[in-house]
Design a protein around this ligand. Structure first.
Ligand code: FUB
Length: 444
């Protein structure tokens, strides 16, 4: 078997996502490492797939890696396959063992680190590296794994003095090794990261903010399961002091994260399997993260809305709402763009969607399906009783699964970023008004 792509779970979707949670839906993705290079936000996740027929796979089935970039305010572009399991020079064929990767820049080159099962069976996982002139590759893969390192979940850090460190491991202990200038060899034997709390740990990720080093990791509590925890220190090698959890357990499955600052805001990237319903088919997500005055981290609660600021031409997936009232969300059953919709839009129904960039917009489009109902829905900004910027009469599209893109002019010019409120006003006595798949601002 040459290449096994992670399964399309919404067949027919284009290979991009819309920055609400989950971030993409055409592949199952996990273990997202986020990096900002020259102002652009990249994601380096692993991918989950269904095991091929006849293959017994009690663990994850992970065939390889894709790279993603955030384009515009809210569109994740799939830049394609970075590495397939059968392209690993030193790896076992068809092992489906391509666990959490990372990518980092040093001296203008991009180094991609990944764990795989070695063909020489010398360890459960070894860590390999490839180098490229560009963040999206193609990478030139080293012929052998990094000598002296065995374990999972490479997490890289390059300090302000140019020194690079490789963190890795899964178990009661996590490890760190300084890297040589060539980024392909360790400069000293791996050392245990000291003073971490007891319990299973993996997913090491270190970042620096205002002179402090934050060593973050997935941490399993016997009664709770996977959490994301962190410790703080004054050097990349520690010692670190455990501070608590960044994210509580969200389900009976793994969690694995990274943390990055993008356009002035800190973001926690992580994964969940709420979409597939199966904890081996995960989807990457992101939510904003805040620091307290003393430098500690406020706990992040998973949202549907996630991050990103859709602008002109980008879909506003209102079903990934910030708040909802007297409406529901559901999968689009048929005939529309696959994904979710706002439905059961009852009298006094409202859905709020934070942070939409109106700059350059002249009109608003709405993707709707409507049975025989009368009434209208209106879009307001900033607050529920804020300025009405567009009004859509309900029109019979042919049925609740017959979709139509309706366009209305903006009632007055709007500039900048605003929270958006959609208010549903079915005529007196009607039980619901429309199914709403998405909105989109357009320039013409
Ligand atoms: O995705 C496979 C493994 O599960 C990762 O390497 C761990 O961090 C956990 O997320």
């Amino acid at each position: 078997m040459k290449h096994v792509a992670a399964l399309l779970f919404f067949a027919g979707l284009v290979s991009e996502g819309f920055a609400q949670n989950p971030l993409v839906t055409h592949l199952y993705t996990a273990d997202p490492t986020a990096r900002v290079f020259d102002g652009a936000l990249y994601l380096y996740p692993s991918s989950d797939a269904f095991p091929p027929p006849g293959v017994d796979m009690p663990r994850f089935c992970m065939p390889g890696y894709h790279i993603f970039r955030l384009d515009g305010g809210a569109t994740w572009t799939d830049l394609g396959s970075a590495l397939d399991q059968n392209e690993v020079p030193w790896g076992t064929r068809d092992s489906f063992a391509m666990w959490a990767p990372d990518c980092i820049r040093k001296d203008g080159k991009y180094y991609y680190y990944y764990p795989a099962e070695p063909a020489d069976k010398s360890a459960f996982r070894r860590i390999g590296v490839g180098v490229s002139d560009r963040p999206e590759g193609p990478f030139s893969w080293e012929a052998n794994y990094i000598e002296g390192v065995s374990g999972i979940d490479p997490g890289l850090f390059v300090d302000d003095d140019g020194k690079a460190y490789l963190y890795f491991g899964g178990g009661q202990e996590l490890f760190v090794a300084p890297l040589k200038e060539n980024m392909r060899e360790i400069a000293a034997p791996p050392a245990k990261v000291e003073h971490l709390p007891a319990g299973y740990k993996e997913g090491s990720f270190l970042f620096k903010r205002e002179g402090r080093y934050y060593f973050t990791f997935a941490h399993v509590f016997p009664e709770e399961g996977y959490t994301i925890g962190y410790a703080m220190g004054s050097s990349p090698l520690g010692p670190f002091t455990y501070q608590g959890k960044i994210m509580d357990n969200i389900s009976n499955g793994t969690n694995h994260h990274s943390i990055e600052q993008y356009q002035g805001r800190w973001i926690l990237f992580y994964h969940w399997w709420d979409v597939s319903g199966f904890n081996k088919l995960r989807s990457m997500r992101a939510d904003y993260m805040e620091f307290k005055e003393d430098g500690t981290i406020g706990k992040v609660v998973p949202t549907l809305r996630g991050i990103g600021t859709p602008g002109v031409g980008e879909r506003i997936e209102v079903d990934r709402h910030s708040e909802i009232r007297n409406c529901e969300t559901a999968f689009v059953v048929d005939g529309g763009d696959k994904g979710w919709m706002v439905c059961e839009t009852k009298p006094n129904g409202m859905v709020r969607f934070d942070r939409v960039d109106f700059t350059g917009a002249k009109k608003l489009q709405a993707r709707v399906a409507c049975g025989q109902r009368d009434g209208f829905f209106e879009v307001r900004i900033d607050k529920e009783w804020g300025k009405v910027v567009a009004k859509f009469p309900a029109a019979h599209t042919g049925g609740w699964d017959v979709w139509s893109t309706e366009t209305q002019p903006l009632l007055e010019p709007v500039e900048g970023v605003h929270d958006l409120y959609v208010l549903f006003k079915p005529d007196w006595g009607s039980t619901k008004l429309v199914n709403l798949n998405w909105l989109r601002l357009v320039a013409e």
